[in-house]
Design a protein around this ligand. Structure first.
Ligand code: HEM
Length: 219
């Protein structure tokens, strides 16, 4: 019965071919350094799942943000675990992304024909840092407030467009409810959308071109 249904579906959708293109492709002899991209992907999925769960209780307003985070950590079933996974996952993700990039640099894997994979990677790095920056404000405690005050001030020293950047980020001259709403919006809608787009192209290219072999001694 299950096989018949499977065959029926396969005839109409051809998913077997997609499966073998993704999972049954030939790869060169590699080493553990080549798993850093997949490790980053694993943590990205962790961030998505735990982040979605956190939005069930998190409230992005100055009156309730801090209390909602305390409530998640102390009252919600396994809330401490979900918040902990998201909190530490954020740091792990940045470390893994940078290590993955260093591996790519070290092996010269950014060269022809993988330039576009590299460019999308640079975009992903910026997005990952953006996630960290916007997420840091969300607990709306003293550390978050002052870190974002300093972070947005740093953006202000950009030549010519500095003050414009600061006002775009803060939603005015000061750090207010508008800033929190903006950072939340960027964290849960804007950045995830860009991440999915860049990641889609990145992984498509990894599958289409195949991963590079580690360079030989004489190369
Ligand atoms: C969210 C962050 C990222 C994820 C989830 C991700 C995922 C992956 C995966 C699964 C692979 C294939 C296996 C591997 O080489 O490890 C890969 C390859 C690659 N990535 Fe990333 N990546 C990310 C960020 C970056 C960054 C920041 C760069 C560089 C700026 C980059 C550049 C590349 C390149 C050039 C390849 C091809 C490597 C080769 O063929 O040997 N990626 N990525």
């Amino acid at each position: 019965m299950a096989t018949r249904f499977g065959n029926w579906l396969e005839e109409r959708m051809g998913l077997g071919e997609v499966w073998s293109k993704i999972f049954l492709r030939n790869i060169p002899k590699t080493n553990w350094l080549f798993t850093l991209g997949s490790a980053t992907l694993f943590v990205a999925v962790n961030q998505m799942v735990t982040g979605i769960l956190l939005t069930i209780y998190y409230v992005p307003t100055p009156d309730h943000a801090y209390d909602s985070v305390v409530y998640i950590s102390s009252e919600v079933t396994a809330g401490w675990l979900i918040r902990g996974l998201h909190h530490w996952g954020a740091s792990v993700m940045i470390i893994l992304t940078v290590l993955h990039m260093l591996r790519v640099i070290l092996h010269g894997a950014y060269k022809y024909p993988r330039e576009v994979t590299w460019f999308t990677g640079v975009g992903l790095l910026i997005v990952v840092i953006g996630f960290g920056f916007t997420g840091y404000l969300l607990p709306w405690d003293q550390k978050a407030y002052w870190a974002t005050t300093v972070g947005t001030r740093i953006a202000e020293v950009t030549p010519l467009v500095g003050n414009f950047l600061l006002r775009i980020m803060r939603g005015g001259e000061e750090l207010t409810a508008v800033t929190l709403a903006r950072f939340f919006g960027a964290h849960v809608w804007f950045l995830p959308a860009i991440l999915m787009l860049l990641l889609g192209v990145h992984l498509y290219l990894v599958i289409r071109i195949g991963i590079s072999a580690p360079p030989k001694k004489e190369e």
